[in-house]
Design a protein around this ligand. Structure first.
Ligand code: DON
Length: 573
């Protein structure tokens, strides 16, 4: 016999789980290691995560924390944190009233031209596009951060710069991660005297783990920005030094280029996926369009039933990825220069049409999707961070110098590492960039144009409230990494840390290769091989910094997950 009391208990249990807050996702009842209720900062640099949380504790909002984090990372995480590069910031805050985005992607200098990276025989010169002063796009980071604070922040840029200046001036203790990364890139960093002088001791030795690492020139640069605002960088003494360095090294960037640079507000790409609203970066990023396009195609399948990383699911993901990346090569570019058909590319109708060519048991070779070339991959670095404050305002930010340490060149006297973002242009039709990505005319080099990006800062909302904040580094793999985190949470019901940790796969149409991280079961690999796949083992792909917000009655519970593929940190309070 069931007693009345137990009926009541059962009823109250069901009313909690079914009718309590529209909770986000009924993810498994296992907590991520880092859970908090007042705020959360997840970044690739532990020092930056801590600095960000300090801002929140003092009453700053998510945008204040984001800008502080971004500036600190220019000091503590020089492989990708920067003021000499650019990126994208998505904001959903009390002040923004909806999701907005800031595009602070670099621009081509005025003197750049379509064939600037071809040699005399018309072949691509990758040294020029990747490791020279001509590789440098006009930096956007400071303009983007200043705009973010001005519109959506509560503190001044000078205030946000304080922790970064302190860390550059007083130094920080070299961590294992920092040491290993400099060691790994030593050859490139030593090949440029101004860079060697910053990252190595006088005789060329490495700063050892536990020693203090100072960046006096960078501290001085940041102090000038704190005093005079970003005009110090875009017009003043810093601009003079940057341009002097350009002139001495056949670079194209001029003072006019710096003066003219503006960060811009853009409407994010928006899509719907199984009842969730997905917001991600619009062109000049390709990320938002292709994440939504792939989600639209995947909506036709019950991925949960097919199983996470089963051969059937991996096959579908692969087919969907190929179609999206094929479109990327043709239809994407800077929207200020040509029309990008984002409405069409992200429409349910177009996805439906694409899905009709997918056979769930048979591989569609890439050349049947479009003619092919076989480019190659390279290693890389960018960085993403996610932040939420006590109001539930969120920031999702990805920024980069392109490769680790960009060109590897520091502009003399500034401490600023120069980006090599010009390589993200399509330097010749059909010729791949460093990530094996092929572009068309829309992404050809043109003065003042922004080069196409894959960076995909993303915010997923449910019933008007943000529930997932995520994004990743990883070049061409950024888009598929971000997609898989979303699928792992929404379709596979994983908790955040599981979703982030799970083995990833990647296909980008060309080269026609399915890349997988280590850790897929042998059974799955065998089924894939029977289907005709020849999966290639890849190094780890992407490194997300993600937040999941679980809405309980009067409580917002913030789960933070740093990616075990890098040594970042989630800090909550
Ligand atoms: O904007 C882009 O798509 C590339 N420059 C990003 C580079 C990158 O993610 C390297 N990181 N791991």
């Amino acid at each position: 016999m069931i007693s009345m009391k137990s009926i009541l208990i059962i009823l109250s249990f069901y009313s909690c789980s079914l009718f309590a807050q529209p909770a986000i996702i009924s993810h498994r009842d296992i907590f991520t290691p880092v859970v908090a209720t007042n705020g959360m900062v997840v970044t690739a640099s532990p020092l930056a995560s801590k600095a960000g949380v300090e801002v929140l504790k003092k009453g700053g909002n998510a945008v204040d924390a984001a800008v502080t984090v971004g500036l600190v990372m220019a000091v503590t995480y020089p492989r990708a944190g920067n003021i000499g590069g650019g990126g994208f910031m998505l904001i959903d805050s009390v002040k923004s009233a909806g999701v907005v985005s800031i595009d602070y992607r670099e621009k081509a200098p005025e003197k750049s031209f379509r064939d600037m990276f071809l040699d005399q025989s018309g072949n691509p010169d990758y040294r020029l596009s990747q490791f020279s002063h001509r590789s440098v796009g006009v930096p956007g980071t400071l303009a983007g951060f200043a705009l973010a604070l001005e519109k959506y922040g509560t503190i001044s840029l000078a205030e946000a710069l304080k922790p970064a200046i302190k860390l550059a001036e007083e130094g920080f203790v070299v961590s294992v991660d920092f040491f290993k990364d400099i060691q790994r890139r030593a050859k490139r960093l030593k090949s440029w005297p101004a860079t060697q002088a910053v990252f190595f001791k006088k005789g060329g030795g490495l700063y050892q783990v536990g020693e203090r690492f100072f960046q006096k020139d960078l501290a001085n640069t940041l102090r000038q920005v704190a005093k005079q605002g970003i005009s110090a960088f875009y017009q003043g003494k810093i601009a003079d030094l940057l341009v002097k360095d350009m002139q001495a090294n056949q670079g194209l960037m001029t003072k006019t280029d710096l003066q003219k640079y503006k960060a811009v507000l853009r409407k994010p790409i928006q899509g719907k996926y199984r009842g969730y609203d997905v917001y991600s970066m619009a062109p000049p990023s390709s990320g938002g369009i292709h994440i939504v396009q792939m989600l639209n195609m995947l909506e036709a399948y019950n991925l949960n039933e097919l199983g996470h990383n089963s051969a059937a699911t991996i096959h579908l993901l692969t087919e969907v990825m190929k179609r999206a990346y094929a479109d990327r090569s043709k239809h994407l570019g800077d929207p200020d220069f040509s029309t990008v058909e984002d409405q069409w590319l992200t429409s349910k109708a177009y996805a439906k049409q694409l899905v009709t060519s997918i056979n769930s048991e048979k591989i569609t070779p890439s050349e049947q999707i479009s003619p092919s070339l076989v480019p190659s991959y390279e290693s890389d670095q960018t960085t993403h961070f996610s932040i939420v404050d006590k109001e539930g305002s969120v920031v999702s930010n990805t920024y980069t110098l392109n490769f680790s340490y960009g060109t590897g060149r520091i502009a003399k006297g500034t401490g600023i590492l120069l980006n090599n973002e010009m390589d993200d242009f399509s330097i010749k039709p059909g010729v791949p960039n460093a990530y094996g990505l092929i572009g068309g005319a829309l992404n050809a080099v043109e003065p003042y144009k922004r080069m196409l990006s894959s960076m995909s800062p993303t915010i997923v909302k449910k019933n008007g409230q943000p529930v997932i904040v995520t994004g990743s580094p990883g070049g061409s793999r950024i888009i598929t990494t971000t997609l898989q985190v979303i699928l792992n949470i929404i379709d596979h019901r994983m908790n955040l840390q599981e979703a982030v940790n799970a083995v990833r796969i990647h296909h980008q149409w060309l080269p026609d290769k399915l890349r997988i991280e280590e850790g897929l079961s042998l059974d799955t690999l065998n089924v894939l091989k029977l289907m005709g796949y020849n999966p290639v083992n890849s190094n780890t792909m992407g490194a997300t910094a993600s937040i999941l917000i679980d809405y309980q009655k009067n409580l917002k519970i913030f789960h933070g997950a740093s990616d075990p593929r890098r040594s970042g940190l989630a800090v909550g309070y």
